[in-house]
Design a binder for this molecule. Sequence first.
Ligand code: CMP
Length: 139
Amino acid sequence: DVEHTLLLIKPDAVRRGLVGEILSRVERKGLRIRALELRTIDDDLARRHYAEHAAKPFFADLVAFITSGPLVAAVIEGPRAVETLRTLMGSTDPVAAPPGTIRGDFGLLVTENLVHGSDSVTSAAREIALFFPHFAADA
Ligand code: CMP
C-alpha cells in the first residue's frame, strides 16, 4: 500500500550542505517527493511537532535546536514509505546507525542527528497536517 511520511532535514544538515545528498538518497531508493519546503519553524510548531517528548529532559534542547535555522520539510510517498524512510535514516543515535544510512554516514550526536522521519502511519498523518495543512494525498 502507498503511504505518506514526513521527512525533516534538520538545521544541522542544512548548515552542512547535505540537503541534496539526503534528498538524492530518498529519490534513488524509489520514494517520491510530494511536497517540499525550506523554512525556519517557530517555537509553537516545534512544540506541537514534538509534543510526545514534552516531558523528556532533552525537550528544551530539542526545541531550541529544531528552531535554530532553516530546515527542509518534505512529504515522501511510496510503498511502506514510513518504514522505508526510517531504514534509510538509521537509528536515532548516530553512534548506533550503521554506515550506509544517513545518520550512520554523516551523524555523531543524538540531538544533531540530521533527519526526522515519522515513526508510524498515524504520526505521519498528524505531522504532515502540521507542516503541510493543504497537502492532499490523492491530488
Ligand atoms: P527525532 O527522530 O527527530 O525525534 C525526537 C528527537 O529527540 C530525536 O530525533 C533526537 O534528535 C532527539 N533525542 C532523542 N533522544 C535524545 C537524548 N537522549 N538527548 C537529546 N536529544 C534526544
